[in-house]
Design a protein around this ligand. Sequence first.
Ligand code: GKR
Ligand code: MG
Length: 415
Amino acid sequence: MPDTRIADIRITPIAFYDPPLLNNSGCHQPFALRSIIEVETEGGVVGLGESYGTLSVIDGLKALAPRLVGIDVTDLNALWAQARGGVAEQAVGYKTGTGRLVPRLVSAIEVAMWDAFGKATGRRVCDLLGGQVRETVPFSAYLFYKFAGHHDATPDPWGEVLTPEQLVGEAQRMIDAHGFRAIKLKAGILPPEEEIAGLRALREAFPEAPLRIDPNGGWTVETTLRLLPQLEGLVEYLEDPTVGIEGNARVQAATDIPLATNMYVVADEHLPPNMAQDAFRVILSDHHYWGGLKASRDLAKICEIWGLGLSMHSNSHMGISLAAMTHLAAATPNLTYDCDTHYPWQTDEVIAGGKLAFTDGSLGLPEGPGLGVTLDREALARLHRNYVDCGITERDDESELRKHWPDWSFERPKF
Ligand code: GKR
Ligand code: MG
């Protein structure tokens, strides 16, 4: 077997076109940011990872990378020890608190370590994570309200979506293109009655589709309690309707609809209070912030033990993240709902061979060892130039929305 000690780690920030999608915090900027991680071993194998492209993550990764030279790509304990050893505090633009940045840094590099080990040994990442339990991984149609174009008036190919009719059109187009079964509506932007009218229109147009709505904590407890009768029988789960574990526990106590979260149970220390208060019954895991693929498999076991449902959260991303999500999901027995993905919203790609294709809303594992994907170096260079040229270094949905609606202000809860 080739030498699997780490010889070098390269971090490349990239930016790619993102449509003007709306959420409770604002509107997506014209470019979404990611980081591409390459872990090269002494044996000459290159493993790939993809993570957030915000400045604190890029800086943290750059501080962590040289500390990892010489460790074996299987040594996750050494990776955690180095990440906990003060690198987060070195990150310029470090805002989010060490507790949040450390697992993000570990995740970004850990995926590339698994990929390198898989490529060095001829094994797929899902086999290294415990073995494949499903042939294909189902994803959901992730719908957003959106503007017809960005504030500079560049039109977006998906057009405007602000009404129930336009929402059904967006869903139809996404389902025609990718075959998704479940539908998720990003909410918390329009008055809740309008968003529920959108859900009802979706129910009428797609009678069999499992539906979800995610206001990102945009509704008060009182508003959510008032809306529950309209949501019962309509949605398979209700995602982060209001703020915090306590607030959502009050909602969960009043309904049989399971509450799901990617906002308030996002780290180990949130699990005990969540269980004690019975706030969320579905965890939307995300290997990018839970500490990587191994930590996410551990989380799945915790969910199984405690009878929690499990699915997957996403952010705007490229094919390396999608491949990692798919390997993880393929190796997770208790995945109880179709996973989220922003992938259909992204036109650019950084992996060789172009975009991965869904069949009937599901994705098979990319062929080959590791994650089964390799870099398109020309695309990487082009998307890195985008990053340098666009000048965006932080996601800022709030200011972006004020370019469209000058009087708009961020509030959570808002309605
Ligand atoms: O991309 O606008 C977005 C989403 O709102 C994203 O930021 C969330 O993290 O997809 C996410 C969610 O489910 O809350
Ligand atoms: Mg969510």
